[in-house]
Write a protein of this length. Structure first.
Length: 374
């Protein structure tokens, strides 16, 4: 586990040069203030970031996020929270969100209140957000980069992976951390501490200096509190293909968290492939509930003696980009035979209202193995 020393060290996360005319003075800002600043929310009054909120570029940025967030909540998130409260009453303390990248928005809406979230994706975590050379002239570019990397998930409910990997690599604030910061702040969370971490082969989590590591998953641990003050933790790691998992301790780390809930959406049908069979098998063995769309685990893997499977919405098959190779006739039959209840929001690749679907799979009590935590 990460020690208090690492969390305390990470709390002072940002080295900032505040632009005061042509000269800059070195100061620091907390991770929570940085998150609020990036999200278009006022940081603490005594934060050095407060100076930059007077800039026209930041004020336009704040108005943009206010508008985008209000629209997203009215169109999507409020309906998802309502659906979740009606259909996901029994919850585990841990939630796995594989292949979601930095999409904290939707896992928090569907599965709120988890003590621990484990997110994974193809994108690098990057370094702790630093604005050491920011001035009033460079601020617009920094904020434009953030708009570009979050626009799709705000507008169409998922990231465009290839586009995002390019954007996150070249942005002044690179990696997934600026997005995680932004979504945490806009979701009403307060960041208490941030630390870059790596996973050893035995599944233990150690501090990480940010330098590339061969054969060891690297990521970030973010400690935060909910609007009610409940302590929560978010981990983000990259690369969960079979090749990566065979040589690292990621699944051992996840196993140590006990039986969890799992969430999968817009996952490029990765778990339909043998090259991602290890994470697929892990979720089937260690999840009490799996909420997903058709890009997750193919329905044929949910054995009737182990799982109760309930469809919601409307299954139309993969979008044209993926062709017919991932079409599941068994899933289509399930939606038809069970007269799937409609959902009042769009989600996943078929994001339009009345064209989206969800599959809620709940493990039967007899299916939980001896030794697993309830």
């Amino acid at each position: 586990m990460i020690g208090l020393l690492q969390l305390a060290r990470a709390a002072v996360v940002v080295a900032l040069f505040v632009a005061a005319g042509p000269s800059c003075a070195a100061e620091t800002a907390t991770a929570n203030d940085m998150a609020r600043f990036l999200a278009g929310l006022q940081p603490a009054a005594d934060s050095p970031l407060s100076v930059l909120t007077r800039e026209r570029a930041w004020q336009q940025h704040a108005r943009y996020f206010d508008s985008a967030w209000r629209e997203l909540d009215n169109r999507q998130l409020s309906h998802i929270r309502q659906w979740s409260s009606e259909n996901l009453a029994v919850r585990q303390p841990t939630t796995f969100y594989m292949f979601g990248g930095p999409d904290f928005l939707y896992v928090d809406a569907f599965l709120p209140g988890s003590a621990t979230y484990v997110l994974s994706g193809l994108e690098e975590v990057g370094r702790l957000p630093e604005m050491g050379s920011i001035t009033s002239s460079t601020l617009p570019g920094v904020l434009d980069d953030l708009h570009a990397s979050t626009r799709n998930v705000l507008r169409i409910s998922y990231f465009l992976t290839k586009q995002m990997r390019y954007q996150l690599h070249d942005a002044q604030l690179n990696g997934t951390l600026p997005i995680l910061y932004t979504f945490l702040a806009r979701s009403g969370k307060t960041i208490a501490g941030v630390a870059l971490v790596k996973i050893e082969s035995d599944g233990s989590v150690k501090p990480w200096d940010g330098e590339p590591i061969e054969g060891a998953p690297n990521g970030v641990k973010i400690a935060f509190t909910s609007t009610e003050g409940k302590p929560q933790t978010l981990y983000y790691f990259n690369d969960v293909s079979n090749d990566g998992l065979r040589s690292d301790g990621f699944l051992k780390f996840c196993e140590g968290l006990g039986v969890a809930d799992a969430f999968v959406k817009s996952a490029m049908y990765l778990m339909h492939k043998d090259s991602f069979s290890m994470v697929r098998d892990f979720l089937l063995a260690h999840s009490a509930t799996i909420l997903q769309d058709d890009t997750g685990i193919p329905v044929r893997f949910f054995k009737s003696e182990d799982w109760q499977v309930r469809p919601y919405g409307r299954y139309l098959g993969p979008i044209p980009y993926y062709g017919s190779r991932y079409y599941q006739q068994q899933l289509s039959d399930l939606f038809r035979s069970q007269h799937a209840e409609p959902i009042a929001f769009g989600v996943g690749y078929r994001r339009r209202l009345n064209q989206s679907h969800l599959l809620l799979s709940t493990r039967q009590r007899s299916g939980i193995r001896v030794g697993d935590r309830p």
